[in-house]
Design a binder for this molecule. Structure first.
Ligand SMILES: *[C@@H]1O[C@H](CO)[C@@H](O)[C@H](O)[C@H]1NC(C)=O
Ligand SMILES: *[C@@H]1O[C@H](CO)[C@@H](O)[C@H](O)[C@H]1NC(C)=O
Ligand SMILES: *[C@@H]1O[C@H](CO)[C@@H](O)[C@H](O)[C@H]1NC(C)=O
Length: 462
């Protein structure tokens, strides 16, 4: 591997044997995509499978339409946004004036941490700064446009990080937008077709180094390239530092949004597009980042009940995603006053209740030979390597009580079929070469181990 460099690389092999202390402890990565892309993804991420995304910022104050509120109001001048402002705010009200109204008076980071834990998630990703440029921490580089100087007067990143680490085993991650909608330095660079680099050198990059050193996030979820190439952002320079020399170099995971053309191609795991869920196995680790409110990442007061995905929808997303080798990053948007609205809390706790019963089919699993069944729709497979179990998660309980699986090849006298959360083994018969028919137990709704989806655990599958 050409990535191993340093003094040890220059010594003849025999000398090396006597000098283990001089050997580099880890490969050093160069600031090139070739080198950075070859870094193995820290194992915890693939094992985790499920995380919660939190979009919170000044956009949570108008909480209308979308977290892209400024863009739709000021840039595109979309009618509903313009009318909303005219009807509800005095003339001349500016986006900056929302800052002091971002109050977070009900923000209890311990309560958030407890809800996150109850969801069964193994990681959380908070928007440290969205495209509006407002930092949720007291950044040295965001004077007067951050949560310590304006609004809550609290370091929201520090508080959530502390509570998550104190009370849960979740990995703590941070989202960070490279570009900012209306930062004059960014606009100047953009006018210069990114030949000048005032904005990344004075704002984005210093911020990235700052959040890593201050909060030691284990995920950097980068976003918002502003149509500029990764060379403008010096993404490879930052990532080489992150992987070689930062305090989180051994455990940190990154995504793929580091400049025009990097998405789905470079970086750590792939996100490809928002709500990406390809329905088939991918050779590279990926993540489906999606929202419980199907139309917005930030909280919006104009959402209808039907805009929120049901728990059945969410379990389906999780199961499809994990079967195909992905992780699910499920988004909630807290309110400007620091609450996780009860609809989000309910969905999170429901997911946790489902994972309590079916977690063995999710956490630490690998994709199986087949992702979904070839005979019965909405049956998704995963494989538990430690137990050697094939998990078939079925999303519809058949009226007949008989479930046919077309994919597994069972072994007579060896294969056992278990329903997760139910004691007795299930009866089954083989269907020729491949496939089996399983008799589900007759249970009342109250006797079912869970709702919304059930797991069959099959042993000794060829
Ligand atoms: C975290 O735990 C430490 C030690 O138990 C305590 O001093 C600190 O106040 C806790 N922080 C939070 C945010 O709960
Ligand atoms: C990019 O970042 C690296 C690492 O911090 C630094 O050594 C290099 O000078 C930077 N390059 C540019 C063009 O800013
Ligand atoms: C399996 O999943 C693929 C991709 O979502 C789909 O096209 C196919 O119809 C599914 N098979 C069954 C039997 O539902």
């Amino acid at each position: 591997m050409s990535r191993v460099s340093g003094p040890a690389a220059l010594l003849p092999p025999l000398l090396l044997l006597g000098l283990p202390a001089l050997l580099p402890a880890r490969p050093r990565y160069e600031p090139t995509w070739g080198s950075l892309d070859a870094r193995p993804l820290p194992a915890w991420f693939d094992e985790a499978k499920f995380g919660v995304f939190i979009h919170w910022g000044v956009f949570s104050v108008p909480s209308f339409g979308s977290e892209w509120f400024w863009w739709y109001w000021q840039k595109e001048k979309r009618e509903p946004y313009v009318k909303f402002m005219e009807a509800n705010y005095p003339p001349g009200f500016r986006y900056e004036d929302f800052g002091p109204l971002f109050t977070a008076e009900f923000f209890d980071p311990n309560q958030w941490a407890d809800i996150l834990k109850a969801s069964g998630a193994k990681y959380v990703v908070l928007t440290s700064k969205h495209h509006e440029g407002f930092t949720l921490w007291g950044s040295k580089y965001s004077w007067n446009w951050n949560a310590v100087d304006v609004g809550p007067k609290r370091d929201l990143v520090a508080e959530l990080a502390a509570s998550v680490r104190n009370r849960t085993d979740l990995h703590f991650g941070l989202y960070h937008s490279l570009f900012e909608w209306f930062n004059p330095l960014f606009l100047e660079d953009a006018t210069n077709v990114f030949k000048t680099r005032k904005f990344p050198t004075s704002k984005s990059l210093p911020e990235l180094y700052e959040i890593v050193t201050k909060y030691q996030p284990e995920i950097i979820w980068s976003d918002g390239n502003g149509n500029a190439p990764d060379t403008y952002w010096n993404s490879t320079g930052f990532l080489a530092w992150l992987y070689n020399d930062s305090p989180v170099r051994d455990t940190v995971v990154t995504n793929d949004r580091w400049g025009v053309g990097s998405i789905c191609t470079h970086g750590g795991y792939y996100t490809c597009s928002d709500r990406y869920n390809p329905g088939h196995l991918l050779p590279h680790k990926w993540e489906n980042c999606m929202t419980i409110d199907r139309r917005s990442w930030g909280y919006r007061r104009d959402a209808q009940l039907s805009d929120y995905l049901t728990i059945e929808d969410l379990v389906k997303q999780l199961v499809e995603t994990v079967s195909c080798g992905g992780n699910l990053l499920m988004n909630i948007g807290p309110t400007h006053d620091g609450r996780i609205a009860v609809i989000f809390e309910e969905r999170l706790r429901q997911m946790g209740a489902w994972l309590e019963v079916n977690g063995e089919a999710i956490y630490g699993t690998k994709p199986w030979r087949a992702q979904n069944d070839s005979v019965t729709p909405e049956v998704w497979y995963t494989f538990s390597p430690k137990e050697g179990t094939v998990n078939a998660v079925f999303l519809n309980w058949p009226v007949s009580g008989i479930l046919e699986l077309g994919e597994p090849q069972a072994k007579l006298g060896e294969t056992q079929v278990k329903l997760a959360g139910y004691k007795e083994l299930l009866k089954w018969v083989a269907l020729g070469e491949k496939g089996l028919i399983i008799a589900l137990p007759q249970l009342t709704p109250k006797q079912l181990p869970c709702q919304w989806g059930w797991t069959l655990q099959l042993t000794a599958i060829k």
